[in-house]
Design a protein around this ligand. Structure first.
Ligand SMILES: Nc1nc2c(c(=O)[nH]1)N[C@H]1C(S)=C(S)[C@@H](COP(=O)(O)O)O[C@H]1N2
Ligand SMILES: [Mo]
Length: 219
């Protein structure tokens, strides 16, 4: 009896090579199709616009980002300073609380993790408050804000983010319902104590996890 493994077939060798090269990897979500859509959602191919009835006129020349609160290094960037930051590209799904979902959105911008590295929140920071140019506000836990694929996006599908979708710059936090992704972002405030935003004071859930169907607050 020999301890030699059987000689490898051509197919086995090919498969090993494919594994090394990552052949057939799509980079797409591994979740099976029926589990990709959160409960109570339906798929849409277009991209609906939802806002408070106004699109603020804030072009790239006038746009500023104010990062403040309990941070070591407050930031105040104009658009070119923002664009000089490290660029990330993420693909993610949108889940709106009004039940539409849209797959495979390509975003480009500044990863929230890079922003955190730049402003360095104090150790007691637990929450992030977002303020937008239309007066909209929303709140996130620091953990949700810092999600791996969360970003301050200036481009979608390779083109500048349109004004109706929150350009020049919007937040994108894919793991939560889309109302948490503030459009026309104006300021980001790091705080110890949570404070509900526009929809959160109007009956929406404080966290908004689509997989748990956290649409509305129950109390
Ligand atoms: N500044 C601002 N951000 C906002 C909103 C808004 O009214 N103002 N609406 C929220 C809601 S309810 C949703 S579903 C998404 C809609 O983004 P879209 O218009 O690009 O689809 O933006 C979110 N961010
Ligand atoms: Mo929404």
């Amino acid at each position: 009896m020999s301890d030699e493994p059987p000689s490898e077939s051509k197919l086995t060798q090919s498969k090993q090579r494919w594994a090394r090269e990552g052949k057939f990897l799509t980079g797409l979500t591994a979740r099976p199709a029926e589990q990709r859509l959160p409960p109570g959602q339906h798929l849409t191919r277009d991209w609906p616009v939802l806002d408070l009835g106004i699109v603020p006129e804030i072009g790239r020349e006038r746009w500023r980002l104010d990062v403040h609160g309990a941070v070591e290094a407050p930031l105040f960037w104009d658009f070119s300073q923002f664009m000089a930051q490290p660029q990330a590209q993420f693909v993610s799904d949108i889940h709106c609380v009004t039940t539409w979902s849209r797959y495979d959105n390509q975003w480009q911008g500044l990863a929230t993790r890079e922003l955190l590295a730049a402003c360095r929140p104090h150790a007691d920071v637990r929450h992030v408050l977002l303020h937008s140019y239309d007066g909209y506000t929303t709140n996130l836990s620091l953990e949700d804000f810092a999600a791996e694929d969360a970003l301050l996006a200036h481009a979608w599908s390779g083109a500048p983010l349109t004004a109706e979708h929150g350009g020049p710059v919007r937040l994108v936090v894919p793991q939560l319902y889309f109302w948490k992704s503030a459009k026309w972002i104006q300021s980001i405030e790091f705080v110890a104590a949570d404070a509900p935003g526009y929809w959160e004071v109007r009956g929406y859930h404080n966290r908004g996890d689509p997989w748990l169907e956290q649409r509305y607050s129950t109390d």
